[in-house]
Design a protein around this ligand. Structure first.
Ligand code: FES
Length: 274
């Protein structure tokens, strides 16, 4: 099997795809919280994706087909080869040896990042509570993985088609208010979801991490495209993160920068479709 062969590709929902990729160098060294950069072919951009799980020489990624490259990735099948998979990149999650109680919250495609994190927290002797949410039942991913790992799992859907109706912030708030000792919380999902959900833990003084997803190019701290402001300081998400203290992140700065590239993305999609 060649390097970067797609061992298994399948759709998890209409727009979310899962891929197991043969990438021994990445798989052997990857830790929870780290990501890889995928170069599907010679023409597309490089796309950063968090590593969702490892198994022997293979890594799992999951992504939503929204941009040029992720739409191209979604057309690839089992047995196809990717041009390049660089990684593992970024800092591993700040998991401490237990016994502590940690909550891992995933929203939308961000749930893809939760199994590897939940497993690492569990392996370190922690009590792991998972909260995963999606807009509706069809868009919910990796429930089985999380159910197998977590000591407790709460599932939410915005429309109430499955699990608890509402956002993932609901069960998180209940847990914070229950008086149970909670040591750390991770929140991974769309920017707005992470911003809003991390406000739940702030009044309780619970250390909370988010995994930021700014635009990345080189992934090695050289190009500056992934800069974010955390605690009033400039950081590079690719080397200093992608996980940061949620209560220190300048969310407005992050979201403004993400919007900066919308025109280029549209141009790229038009180019591909011509
Ligand atoms: Fe270039 Fe982080 S992606 S500095």
């Amino acid at each position: 099997m060649g390097n970067y062969t797609i061992v298994q590709a399948r759709a998890l929902s209409e727009a979310v795809f899962e891929m197991w990729i043969h990438a021994p160098q990445v798989a052997r060294h990857a830790k929870a919280g780290q990501f890889c950069i995928i170069h599907a072919d010679g023409a597309g951009e490089r796309v950063p994706l968090t590593i969702s799980a490892t198994n022997g020489d293979n890594i799992r990624i999951a992504f939503m087909a929204v941009g040029t490259t992720t739409k191209l990735l979604a057309t690839l099948k089992t047995g196809d080869e990717l041009r390049d998979v660089a990684g593992p990149l970024g800092m591993p999650s700040d998991i401490t040896e237990g016994p502590e109680t940690v909550i891992i919250v995933g929203g939308g495609v961000g749930v893809a990042c939760t199994p590897i994190l939940a497993q690492a927290a569990k392996d370190a002797g922690n009590y792991v509570i998972g909260i995963i949410g999606a807009r509706n039942r069809d868009l919910l991913i990796f429930e089985d993985d999380m159910r197998a790992i977590c000591d407790e799992l709460y599932v939410t859907t915005d429309d109430g088609s499955y699990g608890i109706k509402g956002f993932a912030s609901g069960p998180l708030k209940d847990l914070c208010e229950s008086g149970r000792k909670i040591d750390k919380v991770w929140i991974i999902g769309p920017g707005m979801m992470m911003k809003v959900t991390s406000e739940v833990t702030r009044p309780f003084g619970i250390k909370t991490y988010v995994s930021l997803n700014p635009v990345m190019v080189d992934g090695t701290g050289m190009c500056g495209s992934c800069r974010v402001t955390v605690g009033g300081e400039m950081k590079f998400a690719c080397v200093d993160g992608p996980e940061f203290d949620a209560h220190e992140v300048d969310w407005n700065d992050l979201m403004t920068r993400q919007r900066m590239y919308l025109a280029e993305e549209k141009q790229s999609m038009d180019f591909r479709e011509e």
